[in-house]
Design a protein around this ligand. Sequence first.
Ligand SMILES: [Zn+2]
Length: 92
Amino acid sequence: MGFLDRLFGRKTGTETAPAKEEEMIADVRCPHGSLVAHWDEPQAMGKSDAVSYYICESCGERFSPEQGQRFMTEAAERVRIAEEERAQPSEG
Ligand SMILES: [Zn+2]
């Protein structure tokens, strides 16, 4: 044994993924999947059709209600597709 490990360049022992932070920095594209709604008028709070703007929790970017709702729809769609794929892993 042993030579296979060397052949494939495997390292034995503990090897953790070291590049996680770098990966996050390198990946500048944010899916804006976690938007938080903000209301200018307190009495409008909680009304999804009266949102003043959205802030992305991940990158801090600010979006208009139209943009924010589109991103949230897209994010929900991604989750829905992922769940559907998981529910039926092989079709056909
Ligand atoms: Zn974002």
